[in-house]
Design a protein around this ligand. Structure first.
Ligand SMILES: CCCCCCC[C@H](O)CC(=O)SCCNC(=O)CCNC(=O)[C@H](O)C(C)(C)COP(=O)([O-])OP(=O)([O-])OC[C@H]1O[C@@H](n2cnc3c(N)ncnc32)[C@H](O)[C@@H]1OP(=O)([O-])[O-]
Length: 719
């Protein structure tokens, strides 16, 4: 796991050989320890260069090993030996030096990085801290403020930034290993004492307490209830106030408090879930590794509303030429200005030139005839979309793939009106599409594997986290979120207030509770969908009582708000009241309290005090319960897919892992018990009835989440 070569007669070249990222597994740690011992003990060797195979220095400790207590050679001892050695050791950084990989580089006496390399200490994103000396060495090297920023956020920096900060000694456009070898020959004659970072005096700013306090407040505001960033701050504080050996002891104690925490487990699960989700598989056996996607150069976006604009920007910034189509001159002009502005701002932020030359705006659908793909982003109206897909069939060349950005309509119904149903699928972007990372790729029953492969690969190219899902109303994300918002509405009927529900969800870790989020998104969006599906408005069956629809209990409270013009932030009031239309400061509104009281009186509902525990359980267990139904219906292949959708599309707190992982952490038996309890107490409230799959998993002894797939396998797949 580490190769040893003698080069130029006096240099030991140690290469980490653990592809793909040369993670520091126990075998690699053993390998480096042995090779370092050999190099330091060999009188022929005057200096050492450490590099990584396949132009990647090292991606850090092997995260898979964190599932069990750490065994084998200690990184801390290895790094102390490297630093204390009497021969110069140079890290040749290509690709990445992250986490333990960067800590290895910090233990070396010199660091040479390739200009394209990225460096950082991302442990905090895994619920950990850099526990192989990173919290003690980095502040000594680059100062406390910069080290705090890097360690508490986990941000990677470019080689250029690393050079500016003093994290590396040199950067090169050539092979970093070759440069390091030349550098090592010159370093042999130089004294090493000033190169041992652990012995450097800490550069302490005068207002240390104020600095730590400010960073703590910042971290608590940004990541409420998340443990690792706070532990990182404490570790850096130890570096600032204690000698190195005591600081290391503190680093290790803090790591021990995080290592087996539920947050660390959740965050590490998220890391792997994101990668698992990208590896899509269809029941036909087609999968990411055996289907070649099309190469996309020219795309058309139909509709320049909020979604269309974001999609056009996402395409153009990765070099795809875009023809954007609108139906009216005024809409086209507004859309054009917005897209150009967004692209220019984005390019400025990234320090590149905006690729405006890739954009074309037109009122004529005929202009899309030669594109490779079309992404439709018109109004969420089935008849309008069908008309458009019929027209696209006629206009586009036979090889053009057609995608819809619908957020929940039947993709197969759209495919059915075209001359190429196998070349139609869904690409459900989230708003704003150029910012949000999630892309649900909807596989219709007739979508070909090439159509899916192309959407997944294009999404990845646009920097999206893509998840392939089946075709059903709302797909995965919106189908599930409906059960969560419905439950919150029923809780209002029973006695809760919007601020209580939101408070409990925000305490759980959501950046915004369900009602504040709904005010932000606009209440009219859901109202329009409910009207379309006959749940409210003129199409309601007159025989239905106000709180029953289509055979189920229904809460008309959100409709009542819309009827009063309370559409959320944009109208200055919704579930809350705002300082002005477009305002963002949500205040509880006595009028809402009155409306709820009146509603309860009218329907003879005796309000009760509802605990935060019930608010969380009702909203989140129901969400997971629908997730189990999504799995048993074959709309998602594995729980990781659902969790990734919720992490990247719906702001589910990452340190809770996603709704399915959270249910797994709570214990499936407990989730089942509580759902049964609530279902018994409120038999007419929809979604509380436990799903078959949940019951099946509990009956099988509640297997860990990674094993659920085995129990879902036999179920029917819609993918
Ligand atoms: C008490 C104990 C004391 C311990 C001491 C602490 C030491 C230290 O402070 C802790 C750490 O280093 S914590 C670590 C801190 N380091 C980090 O947080 C870095 C995490 N890694 C990354 O950010 C990205 O993977 C890279 C940017 C490295 C590459 O991105 P890219 O080119 O897009 O590639 P990709 O698709 O992302 O990955 C390819 C494959 O490699 C896999 N894999 C990757 N890293 C792994 C790892 N460390 N491990 C295992 N596996 C790892 C990945 O799962 C995937 O596998 P698959 O089976 O093919 O699906």
């Amino acid at each position: 796991m580490a190769r040893y070569e003698l080069v130029k007669g006096s240099l030991a070249l140690i290469t980490l050989t653990n592809p793909p990222v040369n993670a520091l597994s126990s075998a690699v740690r053993y390998g480096i320890t042995e090779k370092i011992k050999r190099a330091l003990g060999d009188p022929k060797v005057k200096a050492v260069v450490i590099c990584g195979e396949n132009e990647r220095f090292c991606g850090g400790a092997d995260i898979r090993e964190f599932a069990a207590p750490m065994r084998g050679h200690s990184l801390v001892m290895l790094f102390d030996d490297i630093e204390a050695g009497e021969k110069p050791v140079i890290a040749a950084i290509e690709g990445v030096a992250l986490g333990g990989g960067f800590e290895l580089a910090l233990a070396c006496h010199y660091r040479i990085a390739h200009s394209k390399a990225r460096l950082g200490l991302p442990e905090v994103t895994l619920g950990l801290l850099p526990a192989a000396g990173g919290t003690q060495r980095l502040p000594r090297l680059i100062g406390i403020p910069a080290a705090l920023e890097l360690i508490t956020t986990g941000h990677h920096v470019s080689a250029q930034e690393a050079l500016k900060l003093g994290m590396v000694d040199q950067i090169t456009d050539e092979n970093a290993c070759k440069m390091a070898v030349e550098f090592a020959l010159r370093a042999v004659a130089k004294p090493l004492s000033s190169r041992r970072i652990s012995t450097l005096t800490m550069p302490c700013p005068p207002n240390l307490d104020a600095l730590f306090e400010a960073v703590t407040m910042q971290v608590q505001k940004k990541a409420r209830g998340v443990m690792a960033p706070l532990a990182c701050i404490q570790a850096v504080r130890a570096a600032a106030t204690l000698p190195y050996s005591k600081g290391m002891k503190r680093e290790s104690e803090l790591m021990a408090s995080l290592f087996s925490s539920s947050q660390a487990r959740a965050l590490q699960y998220c890391f792997f879930a994101q990668r698992t989700a990208g590896k899509w598989t269809l029941p036909s056996g087609a999968q990411w590794s055996n289907i070649k996607p099309r190469d996309i150069r020219r795309a058309a976006v139909i509709g320049l509303g909020t979604m269309g604009r974001g999609i056009a920007v996402s395409l153009a910034r990765v070099g795809i030429s875009v023809i954007a189509v609108e139906t009216e001159k005024k809409l086209l002009e507004t859309g054009r200005q917005m897209v150009i502005g967004m692209l220019e701002r984005d390019a400025k932020r990234r320090g590149v030139t905006a690729s405006l030359y890739l954009l074309q705006f037109t009122l004529s659908l005929q202009d899309v005839k030669d594109v490779d793909i079309v992404i439709e982003a018109v109004f969420e109206d089935m008849s309008l979309k069908k008309r458009l897909f019929r027209d696209l069939s006629k206009v586009c060349r036979p090889s053009t793939l057609l995608y819809t950005n619908t957020s929940g309509l039947d993709v197969d119904a759209l495919a059915g009106v075209t001359d190429r149903p196998h070349m139609v699928a869904g690409m459900h972007f989230f708003s704003p599409a150029h910012v949000m990372k999630l892309l649900e790729v909807i596989c219709g029953p007739r979508s070909s594997s090439e159509t899916i492969a192309t959407a997944m690969s294009l999404g990845k190219r646009m920097g999206k986290v893509c998840v392939a899902v089946g075709n059903c109303p709302g797909f995965v994300g919106n189908r599930m979120v409906k059960t969560y918002t419905d439950q919150a509405n029923f809780l209002l009927e029973e006695g809760a207030t919007p601020e209580q529900v939101d408070g409990a969800l925000e305490e759980f870790g959501f950046a915004m509770g369900v009602f504040r989020m709904s005010d932000l998104a606009g209440l009219d969006v859901g109202w329009r969908i409910r009207k379309e599906s006959g749940l409210t408005g003129p199409d309601v069956d007159p025989k239905d009582p106000p709180h029953r629809r289509q055979g189920h209990r229904y809460s008309p409270i959100p409709d009542m708000l819309c009827e009063q013009g309370r559409m959320g932030q944009k109208t200055g009031c919704g579930w809350y009241v705002y300082e002005k239309p477009g305002g963002t400061e949500a205040k509880p509104d006595p009028l809402i309290q009155k409306l709820l009281e009146g509603y309860r009186v009218r329907y003879s509902i005796q309000p009760r005090k509802i605990s935060s525990q019930e608010l969380i359980e009702r909203c989140l267990y129901v969400l997971a319960n629908e997730g189990f139904r999504v799995l048993e219906d074959g709309i998602a292949v594995q729980p990781e897919d659902i969790d990734v959708i919720y992490l990247f599309g719906y702001g589910f707190p990452r340190h809770r892992g996603g709704p399915m992982f959270y249910a797994n952490m709570v214990g499936l038996g407990r989730v089942l018990d509580r759902l049964e309890h609530y279902h018994h107490a409120h038999p007419d409230v929809p979604h509380l009835k436990p799903s078959q799959l949940l019951k099946k998993l509990v009956a099988c002894g509640s297997p860990p989440i990674q094993k659920w797939k085995e129990h879902i396998k036999t179920m029917h797949s819609h993918l």
